[in-house]
Design a protein around this ligand. Structure first.
Ligand code: SF4
Length: 179
């Protein structure tokens, strides 16, 4: 069983504002959430190994996720100048990915199969190799929570962590799954 106190300390060190134990029983793999990927609002549908359709079916991702026995939810929270502070939002997203990558690297030493679920597509490489060549770093690849059919706000609520940290802030949520 992972030492969650130690993992929370590590999360803080990596720049996350919050880290709680994830109850895997709260994960619902919803076709309606996954279907939103095909609407391609993020522009990444069919552009990455980590996104539909290349990431596998909802059932395949569900099976992959449920192979893990433990996990944590992590959040990066940043302050915005105002509600039109797009740069602040983008910078916060970048910071979340950096925090995620740093923590993944450290966790990997103790949990070699650690899997990261992120907010949005995998951005490990500047340009994804999809579809011309295999993924460069399959062991670091980040699946988006939405591709897994996970309704992020509902999962936060079920695990007693705020989804929204109040006016003037932006919050990005991700998970690490551990064996
Ligand atoms: S690790 Fe690189 S090649 Fe693999 S899915 Fe992510 S961006 Fe694409």
């Amino acid at each position: 069983m992972p030492d969650f106190q130690e993992i929370a300390r590590l999360a803080e060190e990596c720049g996350f504002a919050a880290c709680v134990k994830l109850d895997l029983q709260t994960l619902e793999f919803l076709p309606a959430v996954r279907d939103m990927c095909a609407e391609n609002r993020c522009g990444k549908y069919g552009k990455s190994w980590a996104c539909p359709p290349a990431c596998g079916t909802l059932e395949e991702l569900q099976e992959k996720v449920l192979r893990y026995s433990a996990g944590v939810i992590v959040q990066t929270v940043c302050t915005l100048k105002n509600s039109f502070d797009w740069k602040g939002m983008t910078d916060a997203g970048t910071r979340h990915k950096e925090n995620q990558e740093k923590m993944h690297g450290i966790l990997k030493k103790e949990y070699p199969d650690v899997l990261t679920l992120g907010a949005g597509t995998c951005t490990i490489c500047e340009t994804c190799t999809y579809p011309d060549a295999p993924c460069r770093f399959p062991e670091r690849l980040v699946y988006s929570m939405e591709a897994c059919g996970l309704f992020v706000s509902r999962i936060c609520k079920a695990n007693q962590i705020p989804y929204n940290h109040g006016e003037g802030t932006v919050c990005y949520t991700g998970c690490f799954l551990l064996e």
